[in-house]
Write a protein that binds this ligand. Structure first.
Ligand code: SAM
Length: 243
């Protein structure tokens, strides 16, 4: 499997294995640990980050496919593709797409750091809670830009830490103490994605800093909008027509 992914190094392989270990419980744990708010954030993303032009839609690090399924429901006439390098996560994405009436998203095993698509192909490229997990987010943003059509759109949904003083403290306690324990207990994963989650969110840039990363990767008109008092943030941008 590693041979399919030219960029897959040790760290990426660990990430892939970690998600393979929790794939069977990923959806239910997401719902439970977020109080079902994660589904609301993806719905908001589909509504607030519509494609700016005709053409197919791509969701990278698609996992079990929730965001690409949201885009497919809203834009049933478009071709939609979800990619991820974790086969076990894609297995559940496939299963969820089975009852969908009409055209379904296409799910492909692919590394976000070396997407198997030509330049300027997609009208919109999205990623939800995945950018932070890639081994090289700068390269991931550049790859997403490369495969997007000039004038096309980027949507990045990512966790952030709330800036409100009291809520921030309560949330930090929940996020750093409760969530990893519950997540680990229920997923029965030895390499716990839920222990790693708070650390990775703490280390990952948010707000203006992530906007700068997005600009550096070649995007323009970058915006960010906090959801639910800043627990998650939606970043949008466009690919320039020239340059
Ligand atoms: C936290 S999950 C997010 C899944 C989904 N987007 C969601 O909204 O629930 C992160 C996903 O990113 C995938 N991932 C991490 N690095 C990747 C890479 N370099 N290429 C492809 N997928 C990657 C993992 O396999 C995992 O399925």
């Amino acid at each position: 499997m590693t041979d399919n992914h030219p960029h897959l190094d040790k760290q990426s392989d660990d990430i892939r294995k970690m998600f393979a270990g929790i794939a069977h419980r990923y959806d239910i744990l997401n719902r439970f640990l977020s109080g079902w708010v994660d589904t609301h954030w993806r719905r908001l993303t589909v509504r607030l980050a519509p494609p700016t032009m005709v053409g197919p839609l791509l969701d990278v690090c698609t996992g079990t496919g929730d965001l690409v399924l949201g885009y497919q429901r809203k834009y049933p006439d478009r071709m939609t593709i979800g990619t991820d390098f974790c086969r076990e996560m894609l297995h559940f994405a496939h299963k969820k797409a089975l009852p969908v009436q009409g055209p379904k998203p296409l799910f492909l095993e692919a590394d976000t750091l070396g997407l198997p698509f030509g330049d300027n192909h997609f009208a919109l490229t999205s990623v939800a809670f995945g950018l932070r997990n890639t081994q090289n987010p700068h390269l991931a943003l550049r790859e997403m830009c490369r495969v997007t059509r000039p004038g096309g759109r980027l949507a990045v949904l990512e966790f952030s830490m709330p800036t409100w003083p009291v809520l921030g403290q309560v949330y930090r306690w929940y996020f750093q103490t409760v969530l990893p324990r519950v997540g680990q207990a229920f997923s029965k994963s030895p390499a716990s994605a839920y222990g790693y989650l708070p650390q990775s969110v703490k280390k990952f840039p948010q707000g203006q800093e992530l906007c700068s990363w997005i600009r550096e990767a070649g995007w323009e008109s970058v915006t960010h909008r906090p959801f639910t008092m800043g627990i998650a943030t939606l970043y949008t941008a466009n690919k320039p027509f020239v340059g």
